[in-house]
Design a protein around this ligand. Structure first.
Ligand SMILES: Cc1cc2nc3c(=O)[nH]c(=O)nc-3n(C[C@H](O)[C@H](O)[C@H](O)COP(=O)(O)OP(=O)(O)OC[C@H]3O[C@@H](n4cnc5c(N)ncnc54)[C@H](O)[C@@H]3O)c2cc1C
Length: 388
């Protein structure tokens, strides 16, 4: 593990002692698999839960991982991050919504973010998930090449309009926008959409970024194809590299339906592909956002930056971590002059629960991310105690 990011004084300088203690206990609790299981069940059914429990979730998990219910509520956090040289990527996280009204609402939230980013240089990207803007079943059917009914055709047109309204608004406002990657059974449709938008809009700058999940073993070829297409059609590609968030779901579905899983068999292979992709993108001047909490991958990217004599603050490459996680990476990168941002989820508490549930699950292994967070929080609490 790299020692480049061990300065906990820098890592946690935006946090009060009370906030550190709260984070420490939260990560400890998430480290108990049984508690996470119960918590997950409770979170999943939280809509029916008494007000008291909702309040507990709001003042713990929600406060740790979300910026607020609205963009306005996030402004204090955005200003605080900016104060320490960290950009924000506000991310409206209402998930599992199914009505056309909710899809419109999600689109308006992204448009609001774009408007805000036009004036506020502290926002480096707008971001959205296609499934927040339209029914997932429609995307599945489209990817399968199934025929759409008349009403589905209408829904498709509405979804297409929402996606393009976001793209054109972002480009007009000169704000970069990223599209999150989702499950492989809808991702081809998303890729095609983003690819054609890049062709249309990324003529002078990479305004639109697609996401590549390097846990998929077809991704290295996909990246090569993206570059070839960009060269042939003269557009500038923008890529967010991530490892991928849906591994268990992907493997489960592949096993159930009897096809080969698209995910590498081992973590080592995913790591190798992710690190190779950093090199590939940098060697080919692909504008890059590295969405990762992996210290070795970040350290490798810093080596590439130095080797290629790229300015630390260059827009060619930026780093991003999720709000509430890996502050040691974010704040140390910012202090060293690199371009780095926090994904800052916002939205009504009840609608953010699936997002919170994923974070709690991701942090349940004390030998993984949660262990590292705990080690650093403990170190900083001890440092502050000894300097009191
Ligand atoms: C800013 C940001 C934006 C993100 N956006 C997206 C997005 O749009 N779409 C998306 O899907 N995810 C997204 N993620 C989540 C991301 O894909 C990872 O799930 C998460 O960041 C953990 O990976 P890591 O690189 O941080 O670190 P690590 O802890 O080093 O890696 C964990 C990851 O490795 C992979 N992995 C673990 N075990 C195995 C195994 N046995 N075999 C193969 N692979 C394995 C999985 O992808 C797992 O999530 C985003 C993350 C960040 C920080």
């Amino acid at each position: 593990m790299s020692t480049l990011f061990n300065d906990t004084e820098i890592a946690f300088r935006s946090k009060s002692k009370k906030q550190l203690l709260q984070a420490y206990w939260l990560f400890r609790l998430m480290g108990f698999p049984e508690l996470t299981k119960i918590g997950t069940y409770l979170i999943k059914t939280a809509l029916k839960l008494p007000l008291g429990l909702k309040k507990v979730i709001k003042s713990t998990l929600y406060q740790q991982f979300c910026g607020g219910e609205t963009l306005e509520e996030c402004q204090k956090t955005i200003a605080q991050l900016q104060h320490f040289g960290v950009y924000s990527i506000p991310d409206y996280v209402a998930e599992g919504q199914e009505s056309q009204k909710a899809f419109d609402q999600a689109m308006f939230q992204v448009l609001e973010t774009i408007k805000f980013a036009q004036e506020e240089k502290s926002i480096s990207f707008a971001v959205f998930k296609v499934t927040a803007l339209g029914p997932i079943d429609l995307l599945i059917k489209t990817q399968q090449g199934a025929e759409l009914s008349e009403s589905e055709q209408k829904e498709w047109e509405l979804l297409d309009q929402r996606v393009h309204r976001i793209f054109s608004s972002a480009v007009n406002a000169r704000v970069r926008v990223m599209v999150d990657a989702e499950e492989s059974w809808i991702q081809d449709v998303i890729d095609e959409w983003v690819m054609s938008a890049m062709f249309l809009y990324n003529t002078e700058q990479a305004w639109i970024f697609n996401t590549c999940q390097m846990y998929r073993h077809d991704m290295p070829i996909h990246l090569e194809q993206l570059l070839a297409r960009a060269t042939k059609l003269s557009f500038i590609p923008g890529v967010k590299l991530v490892r991928g968030a849906y591994m268990e779901k992907e493997n489960q579905r592949a096993a159930q339906l009897g096809y080969a899983s698209p995910i590498w068999k081992t973590k080592k292979e995913t790591d190798k592909a992710f690190d190779a992709a950093i090199g590939f993108c940098m060697a080919n001047d692909i504008m890059l956002c590295l969405g990762t909490h992996n210290e070795d991958s970040v350290a490798l990217a810093l080596d590439f930056i130095e080797m290629n004599k790229i300015e630390k603050s260059s827009e060619l490459i930026c780093f991003a971590q999720l709000y509430g996680m890996s502050d040691h990476l974010t704040f140390n990168l910012a202090a060293q002059g690199y371009r780095v941002a926090k994904y800052l989820p916002f939205g009504p508490m009840e609608l953010s629960l699936p997002y919170l549930f994923r974070r709690a699950n991701e942090n349940k292994s004390v030998s993984g991310q949660s262990g590292r967070e705990l080690e650093l929080l403990k170190k900083e609490l001890e440092r502050r105690k000894s300097s009191e």
